[in-house]
Design a protein around this ligand. Sequence first.
Ligand SMILES: [Mg+2]
Length: 198
Amino acid sequence: MPRKIIAIDADDTLFDENTAVRLFMNEKYGLDHTPDDYDIVAPYEGYWENIWQLDPDEMDARYEAFIVSSHKANLQPFPHAIKVLRYLRKDYDLVVVTSRDQRTVEVTHRSLAQHYPDIFQDVHFVPLWGNGEKVTKAMICNEIGASYLIDDGYDHCRLAAEAGVTALLFGDYGRNRTQKLLPGMIRAVDWTEVREYF
Ligand SMILES: [Mg+2]
């Protein structure tokens, strides 16, 4: 029997981007935001706007600055993730499915090699933000035959679950904490809970 595939998101699932964004913004723009400031209960749409309270142009500029910064290149892995993934890879094929764009392809491969060596069979960059045909993570999961998606994004998980992919909604973030789970969706607040599920 072929091994089942688990698709796994990068940012805020494998790597703690939330903390890196906060520290970058604090250092570069003289802010003093705390983890609580980044834990607003709000949907992903408008989430960063809520925290930063900036006009859209300035917000985009700051986010762009983060994307090409050393903070983005040096995201840290979450506790226990590597241990759990080493365990899972005995029985499953593991792939990364990320909506990071063209600019961070190289950095992504480097971070994965550094923090998650020999864990993943493949890395799929989902062209979510481009002007071309809209592709979702759920579509990629179906295309590659993934049985599971682990992702902190509520909408990614919802679409995956609707497409028949069991979705583990990862982490405990203000933007994913309160939404109602559909059939086929499970919460896993950290990697220990991922391990318990499997
Ligand atoms: Mg994510």
